[in-house]
Unconditional design. Structure first.
Length: 173
């Protein structure tokens, strides 16, 4: 675990429905492969605003085109129903280190963004995927910029420990 990733949470999935009457849940996984979500435990579930429930010992498997799981202590349909829609997070340090020139989005959030000329554009608030490439959302309090996350073209460098991303981008755009 590095200072950059310490204490960070990564969204890896969501509880999307019920399966059966014994408390099993349908989940959506954003890990690759999708069943890897069961390897990252404990799960951190935001069960209420400002409240996080830690779940260790989650069991799960593929079922049809989706995934199902059973959470410890959730053994009936009514208890399970209260969890539908809850996001599944894990501690960032549980994930394997990214490859060379690869980044977890959560590690990029909060970085200061400057142009190659040194003009400050703001900070990364979040990223989103498009069909062509990922997009970095940069806000400076006054405006929001959407910058394609294309390394070598628009994104010139990322310094996680220094907290900075350098982009080739027109500050007026």
């Amino acid at each position: 675990m590095t200072e950059v990733t310490a204490g960070r949470r990564v969204l890896v999935g969501r509880i999307v429905g019920l399966y059966g009457v014994q408390g099993w849940l349908k989940i959506e996984s954003w890990t690759e492969p999708r069943t890897r979500i069961f390897d990252y435990q404990p799960w951190l579930l935001a069960t209420a605003p400002g409240t996080e429930t830690e779940m260790t010992g989650v069991k799960g498997r593929p079922q049809g085109k989706g995934l199902i799981c059973q959470l410890p202590g959730v053994d009936d349909r009514d208890t399970a129903a209260a969890l539908v829609g809850v996001d599944i997070h894990v501690a960032r340090e549980l994930l394997p280190p990214p490859g060379k020139d690869e980044y977890y989005w959560v590690d990029l959030e909060g970085l200061e963004v400057v142009t190659t000329e040194g003009v400050a554009l703001g900070r990364v608030t979040h990223l989103f995927a498009t069909g062509a490439n990922d997009v970095v959302v940069v806000r400076d309090g006054e405006r929001e910029r959407l910058i394609p996350f294309v390394q070598g073209v628009y994104v010139r460098s990322v310094d996680l420990s220094g907290g900075r991303m350098v982009v080739d981008w027109d500050p007026e755009f």
